[in-house]
Every structure is written in C-alpha cells, then in structure tokens.
Design a protein around this ligand. Structure first.
Ligand SMILES: Nc1ncnc2c1ncn2[C@@H]1O[C@H](COP(=O)(O)OP(=O)(O)OP(=O)(O)O)[C@@H](O)[C@H]1O
Ligand SMILES: Cc1ncsc1CCO
Ligand SMILES: [Mg+2]
Length: 267
C-alpha cells in the first residue's frame, strides 16, 4: 500500500536542489553523517568553530546540532549557529545525545532547546528524559521502547512548538497535532554507531527543501532510512557489510520506490 506520494516528491526535490546542510555533529558521526547526506543527494558541511559557525548558519539551507561528543569550546559554535538559524528563519534540528548523563550536557541542551529548534530527533530514552521523566538509557544507547516515549514526544511537541521524532524499532513522529508510525529498518541499525546522528542530519536536509512543512520533511527522512535499512539488511551479513550496503541503498532508492515501499501509519 503506497504512502503519500509527497515523500517521493520531496526526495526528488532534495536531489534537484542539493541543499547545503550545516552539521555540527560528534567525532564518531562526522564521516558517516556526511556520507549519508551525499548518498541521499544533499550537500553536507561540518562547520562548528565559534569563529565561523554563526556566519555559516546564515548561508546554509538548514542547520543540525548533535551534542554527542560535547566539549566547552564547541558549545560556543552551537549557540552562535542556533541563534543565527533562529533569527534568519532557517530550519534547525537538535539531537540531544545522552543529555541525561551529566549536568554539563543537560544544561547545554536546555539552552539549545530555548533557541527554538524546528525539530528534535532522539532515541526513546533521550526523548523521555527531555520531558523530565525517568529513563533507562545507557549513554548514547536507548534502554526504552519508542511506545514508552510517545506521550513525552507529544507533550514536548506542544510545549516547544517543534516536531519531535523518536527512533527505534518503529519510529514515531509528531508535531503535537499530527502523528505517524514508520515501520521498517533493521535490528542491524542500532549495531552500527552514528546512524541516528546521521538521520538527524538527513532530517535537516529534508527540512531545507520543505521548510513550511517540517513534519512531512521529518517523515520523509525517517521513511527513507526505514526503506534503505530494510533493503540493505536483505543482503548484509552483519553490521560491517550493512553499513556500506546501507549507503548504497540510500543512493539507489528512487522517489517512486520510496513511495511504494514506505510503511507509514497515520495515528
Ligand atoms: N530494532 C530496530 N529495528 C529497526 N530499525 C531500527 C531499530 N533500532 C533502530 N532502528 C533505526 O535505526 C535508525 C537510528 O535510530 P536509533 O534509535 O538507533 O538512533 P540513536 O540511538 O540515536 O543512534 P546513534 O546514537 O548511534 O546515532 C533509525 O532509522 C531507526 O528507525
Ligand atoms: C558512541 C557515541 N558516543 C558519543 S556520541 C556517539 C555516537 C552515537 O550517538
Ligand atoms: Mg543518538
């Protein structure tokens, strides 16, 4: 049963326009996230230094900020870029990696959330913690089900007027009014580091080509990952071969195949 044709047309638009996406991400994810954006059809730039991050955010079509390997000098670049995106009306995506593990991370995330991210993407434990509830996360890995995070996600969406995407076995996305489940992917995905961080960057790329409907933009990115993950898992022998076959699957997926294979249930 094909889902909305809008997702395929957004992918086609992304490949036509090749949006420049500023990614402030962690040392673990930098290479993978850049390759994921290139495979999908966008143009990544990993620009985080305080001296240039804000100026670059005014040039880029979208900004993504991931706090995975946070250090004090990076916070200045994040703050400047987020403020620049906010004041210039550019979509920006926050990935609050393991923000519950230290007061340092918690405080930086609270400050960034106050700068009005357009979209927040996290695993279930991160989203539950963002709503102020107890979670079972283990560092960057989730210890909670997506289902357990859905009420928190709806509450956060309304509180911050943002789209909230929760990833796991079945992804969930909401803007506070609309909500959807995205089926697909593979159990090999959480065995490859930084795919969530890379998905955050890809959400930024889709938001760049759909700034007026960031819910559908997020849905498109989640569906693209779900379909590419499912395809790659069919021939992968384990996490190693999965990771390169996933990049190949992202690049090979046509807009038509995305519409035909995406499995989305509107809630
Ligand atoms: N058990 C699973 N089955 C299918 N897909 C999954 C599963 N777990 C995660 N995924 C998919 O993996 C991708 C990354 O989501 P995940 O929740 O693992 O992010 P994350 O924990 O933030 O990852 P990281 O911090 O390593 O970047 C998403 O596309 C998600 O749908
Ligand atoms: C493993 C890890 N540690 C900090 S960031 C990161 C990448 C996945 O979030
Ligand atoms: Mg993560």
């Amino acid at each position: 049963m094909p889902s909305s044709p809008t997702l395929g047309s957004l992918l086609a638009k992304l490949r036509r326009e090749r949006p420049l996406v500023q990614c402030i991400t962690n040392y673990v994810a930098m290479n993978t996230a850049a390759n994921v954006l290139l495979a999908a059809g966008a143009s990544p730039a990993m620009v985080h230094a305080e001296a240039e991050a804000a100026g670059f955010a005014r040039l880029a079509a979208a900004l993504t900020i991931n706090i995975g390997t946070l250090s004090p000098s990076w916070v200045e670049g994040m703050r400047g870029a987020a403020k620049a995106a906010q004041t210039s009306g550019k979509p920006w995506v926050l990935d609050p990696v393991a923000h519950f593990v230290s007061p340092f991370r918690r405080d930086v995330v609270a400050e960034l959330v106050a700068l009005s991210p357009t979209i927040i993407r996290g695993n279930a434990s991160e989203i539950i913690a963002l709503a102020g509830q107890a979670n079972h996360g283990s560092g960057a890995d989730s210890g909670d089900s997506v289902a357990a995070a859905e009420a928190a996600a709806r509450e956060l969406a309304r509180r911050h007027k943002a789209v909230i995407a929760v990833t796991g076995e079945i992804d969930f996305v909401t803007d506070g009014a609309r909500a959807s489940h995205i089926y697909g992917g593979s159990p090999l995905m959480p065995q490859v580091t930084a795919l969530g961080c890379s998905l955050t960057a890809l959400i930024g790329a889709f938001a760049a080509v759909s700034p007026d409907d960031t819910f559908t933009a997020s849905l498109a990115a989640l569906a693209l990952f779900a379909v590419a993950g499912e395809r790659a898992a069919r021939s992968a022998a384990g996490p190693g071969s999965f990771s390169w076959q996933f990049l190949d699957a992202l690049a090979a997926l046509t807009p038509e195949a995305l519409d035909a294979e995406a499995r989305i249930v509107d809630l």
